[in-house]
Design a protein around this ligand. Structure first.
Ligand code: NAI
Ligand code: MG
Length: 499
């Protein structure tokens, strides 16, 4: 009797529920009204908002609907010079003379105000850059505050970090940041510079300047002495003018490898110090003994987090041959449940691509992948009409020499390859011009140690991916740049250290 019943159930062919057609979350939108965005922003120089000498402004848009959010000033060479002079003056007259514990108090205050304004900052970040509100709220803004807290703590303890050494700040730091983690990158750059007694001229990326400008008003509220941090906006020419200014002592840059090379050439032969954090093409390596479901989550997080606009994104997946088929099936199932769309909705997993230019770059690479003969898989999902969107994209049948394996795409596109042995995957994983990060998924501790020792990458995650902490150093090998940010290591690039 029981046997017949179970046979009948089997025969009934239970159709699995499909997320996209059978059930959906109700919308859960965050409110744009909770953030104050001015219709126009000047330059933040010497503690005040100033009109640009250029007289020029440009629009910043919301990439999810292409609507203009605000007008932003273009800083020309004269504006850059004004900002550098303000920073120099503040360094000589105020900041370097101030007791380190007092400097620390200002940095703590900035951290606390960021926490108080966390919701507003998250909303502005999402509106201006297109990343899901869940990420700005749960990752970008709290991690930015954490960096200020962390480095505030170091301000009066530098002699413990570098015992028996004579320490001096470098002076004025010129800092240029990209559009993928706008507020967080500003925090990575500003917090260690201030803690070590330097003053700053910061230039945010042209598509995502709004949270840096909001940070300027936070610095005012924290009563930071005028000129200690100056925030100037504009595109590549503004960045180049800052790099070339003769009175800048240090350049800290995060962005593309090509601009990193331009900066290197431009400061060659000068006394300027530099740290460059550039592109990446991280390998996420899954062994047959790994917890597969957990690894699927890690791989999804590694490449689809922030639309793949992550220098350390796990954009290459190496699967051990014996589990490749099963893993790819699980991965396809998982990505069919990802929600692509309105970044302001708290359920959204994949938001808008940051700009039309970046979308075109990604689409060009998808065409290249197809032409190279790789098999493409994209789940069925309906994309909004306006704005810039790209569904999660998997490529299988990929060769190590393919451009989609070698070059940074900076979008939600994953190249999947296979391997048999540890030696083979080390060889393949290290075989790109980059070396920023990598991931290893295995049950064996000894294998983790073997891999982390031999992978040429600044960060190697084991059984996790894209985990950050203010206390952990971050930075690359090879064309991914040099110098470390974060942690104790992040202090020395801003100090002159003598015995
Ligand atoms: P980019 O390197 O041009 O922009 C980064 C920053 O550098 C921006 O603030 C920009 O205004 C500034 N900049 C541009 N030209 C400059 C110059 N000559 N001198 C000084 N500063 C300059 O990056 P872009 O064009 O926005 O993105 C292109 C590619 O770069 C992306 O597709 C991605 O592959 C990579 N990228 C990597 C990032 C990372 O986190 N490592 C971040 C952003 C982009
Ligand atoms: Mg924008």
């Amino acid at each position: 009797m029981a046997k017949t019943a179970s046979k009948q159930i089997n025969k009934a062919k239970i159709k699995p529920l499909r997320f996209d057609t059978d059930w959906q979350y109700d919308p859960a939108p965050e409110s744009a009204a909770a953030a104050q965005i001015e219709p126009e922003y000047g330059l933040f120089i010497n503690g005040k908002w100033q009109k640009p000498d250029s007289g020029q402004y440009f629009d910043t848009i919301n990439p999810a609907n292409e609507k203009t959010l605000s007008r932003i000033a273009v800083a020309n060479e004269k504006d850059v010079d004004r900002a550098v002079r303000a920073a120099r003056n503040a360094h000589e007259k105020v900041w370097k003379k101030m007791a380190p514990a007092e400097r620390g108090k200002y940095i703590f205050r900035i951290a606390r105000i960021i926490q108080e304004k966390a919701r507003e900052l998250a909303i502005i970040e999402t509106l201006d850059g297109g990343k899901p509100i869940r990420e700005s709220r749960d990752f970008d803004v709290p991690t930015a505050a954490q960096h200020f807290f962390y480095y505030a703590g170091w301000a009066d303890k530098l002699n413990y970090a570098f015992p028996q050494k004579k320490l001096n700040p470098l002076g004025v730091a010129g800092q240029i940041i990209p559009w993928n983690f706008p507020l967080l990158m500003a925090a990575w750059k500003i917090a260690p510079a201030l803690a070590t007694g330097n003053t700053v001229v910061l230039k945010p990326a042209e598509t995502t300047s709004l949270t840096a400008l909001k940070l300027a008003s936070i610095l005012q509220e924290a009563d930071l002495p005028p000129g200690v941090v100056n925030i100037i906006t504009g595109a590549g020419a503004t960045g180049a003018a800052l790099v070339e200014h003769p009175d800048v002592n240090k350049i800290a840059f995060t962005g593309s490898t090509s601009v990193g090379k331009i900066i290197q050439r431009s400061i060659a032969g000068t006394n300027k110090r530099s740290t460059l954090e550039l592109g990446g093409k991280a390998a996420n390596i899954v062994f047959e003994d790994a917890p597969l479901d957990q690894a699927v989550e890690g791989v999804v997080n590694g490449i689809f987090f922030n639309q793949g606009h992550v220098c350390c994104a796990g954009s290459r997946l190496y699967l051990q041959e014996s589990i490749a088929k099963e893993f790819i099936r699980k991965l396809k199932d998982r990505i069919s449940t990802l929600i692509v769309g309105d970044p302001m909705d708290k359920n959204t997993d994949i938001g808008a691509i940051n700009s039309k230019e970046q979308l075109n770059t990604i689409l060009r690479y998808i065409q290249i992948g197809k032409k190279e003969g790789a098999a493409i898989h994209q789940p069925a999902c309906s994309l909004p009409k306006k704005g810039f969107w790209c569904p999660p994209t998997l490529f299988t049948d990929v060769a190590q020499s393919n451009r989609i394996t070698q070059e940074e795409i900076f979008g939600p596109v994953l190249a999947i390859l296979t391997f048999r042995t540890d030696d083979e995957v080390i060889e393949k994983a290290n075989n790109t011009p980059y070396g920023l990060s990598a991931g290893v998924w295995t049950d064996k501790g000894s294998r983790i140690f073997n891999m982390t020792r031999r992978l040429r990458a600044g960060v190697v995650w084991a059984n996790t991916f894209n985990k950050f902490d203010a206390a952990a150093p971050f930075g690359g090998y090879k064309e991914s740049g040099f110098g470390r940010e974060g942690g104790l290591h992040g202090l020395s690039p801003y100090l002159e250290i003598n015995s």
